[in-house]
Design a protein around this ligand. Structure first.
Ligand SMILES: *Cc1c(COP(=O)(O)O)cnc(C)c1O
Length: 408
């Protein structure tokens, strides 16, 4: 038997043990969507997280990194509650514009921005977080050709990294950003070229559950921005400190103390060096805002035994929820939180491995879990499916079709 991760606090059950998502029974939601597999996103759960962050860190801007979940309806609701949207491609820019988000509220990070993407972003008034000197020259040339003053920030690859972070994106040799040691001449180049220099973007890692490490990285980011600004003799309008806030996926994971992080950040910003006196500070978060707000519902289509082990085979799988299968940035496969949606609170009476419908041994949604008895037709709820789910999974693999998505 292997443990499952903790079910997020937003979910409840009715007297019959049916899972309630935003107060609505799971089976009614499936009926409304017309099918399983189905992702349900609870916009109220996202709003509660945004409100909690606002209260924890007054004065700090909050951005949403939409690559975590680009669902159009969800994006539009989030955009109404945050200060900025971070995109990572021109495709995301189109989705954001279709959701009614103005370019001046958007910033664009990501290596390998093509000329057409830079052009679309510059025309839309998007702030481009430059990843290299060569990208900077391309952006300046495109802006000159268009006759537009581009909004450009410098993404810095810091010399520190986020301790204990699930995915390292700073420190040492990286494809992201400009090494801190080379950032000053680049800022000078942008300022001297007459660009609208928007400041720094410093992103050190992702999926951290260590508040002390995040506090340390944020303080180091502020110190780095100050040192670079001093050396470049230019005060940044914005210092984007990245994010990296993780959520508990696995047994033993403990949720982040965002109040402690917020208090330390507010204090560090209040004590900032004079060169950052006019700067605003932003955090850009994806997973922490939306991850726990999504549930993936998939129906059991077969129940079978092999060598004394019980398998529940579902109509979903890694083609929708790659991360839960353990094949998206994890070294050791562990179980995401999972439940039988019609039997919440029922005692576990058997040990089952929950698989998807793909013909590959990789397609495992839950391994050797203690569960109440589940039969063909019952529904499995896989939690923590709101970030890096539908859009981060190989939906075309085996032509099983896309999952439905429902916003509540
Ligand atoms: C992916 C990414 C994020 C969001 O990361 P989360 O772990 O989802 O919070 C933020 N900023 C940048 C630059 C990213 O690439």
């Amino acid at each position: 038997m292997k443990p499952a991760g903790p079910i997020p606090p937003d979910y409840a059950a009715d007297a019959d043990g049916r899972l309630l998502i935003a107060g609505q029974p799971y089976d009614a939601l499936i009926e409304a969507a017309g099918q399983t597999p189905l992702f349900v996103y609870d916009s109220g759960a996202v709003a509660r997280r945004i409100a909690r962050l606002r209260a924890a860190m007054p004065g700090i801007d909050i951005h949403y990194a939409m690559k975590a979940n680009p669902h159009a309806g969800l994006l539009a609701r989030i955009a109404a509650q945050v200060d900025g949207i971070d995109i990572a491609s021109a495709g995301e820019l189109r989705i954001a514009e279709a959701a009614g988000i103005m370019g001046d509220r958007i910033s664009f990070a990501g290596p390998g921005k093509r000329d057409a993407e830079l052009e679309a972003a510059i025309l839309a008034g998007v702030t481009i977080n430059l990843e290299s000197e060569t990208e900077a020259e391309r952006a300046l040339a495109i802006a000159a050709r268009l006759g537009v003053r581009p909004r450009l920030a410098v993404r810095v690859n810091p010399d520190f990294e986020l301790r204990g972070s699930g995915m390292r994106m700073g420190g040492g040799a990286r494809p992201f950003g400009v090494d801190a040691a080379r950032a000053v001449p680049l800022v000078r180049r942008l300022v001297d070229a007459g660009a609208d220099w928007r400041g720094f973007h410093i992103y050190a890692g992702s999926q951290s559950l260590d508040a002390a490490a995040l506090i340390e990285a944020q303080a180091a980011g502020i110190a780095l921005a100050a040192a670079l600004a001093e050396a470049a003799e230019a005060s940044p309008p914005l210092v984007n400190l990245g994010g990296g806030f993780g959520i508990p996926y696995f047994s033993g994971d403990v949720a982040l103390d965002v109040e402690a992080i917020g208090a330390a950040l507010v204090e560090a910003v209040a004590a900032r060096p004079a060169v950052l006196g006019d700067a605003r500070f932003a955090l850009e978060l994806g997973r922490w805002l939306v991850g726990e707000a999504g549930v993936y519902l998939t129906r059991i289509v077969d129940r079978k035994t092999s060598h004394d082990q019980l398998f529940l085979i579902t109509d979903g799988g890694l083609h929708h929820q790659l991360a839960a299968s353990g094949n998206f940035g994890t070294v050791v496969r562990r179980n995401y939180p999972l439940a039988i949606a019609g039997r919440i609170g029922a005692p576990a009476t058997e040990v089952a491995t929950v698989c998807g419908c793909l013909c590959t041994p990789l397609d495992r949604l839950g391994d050797q879990l203690a569960l109440p008895e589940a039969q063909v037709g019952d529904v499995v709820a896989l939690f923590c499916a709101g970030a890096y789910g539908a859009s981060a999974s190989p939906a075309a693999f085996l032509a099983q079709g896309a999952a439905a998505e429902l916003l509540v």
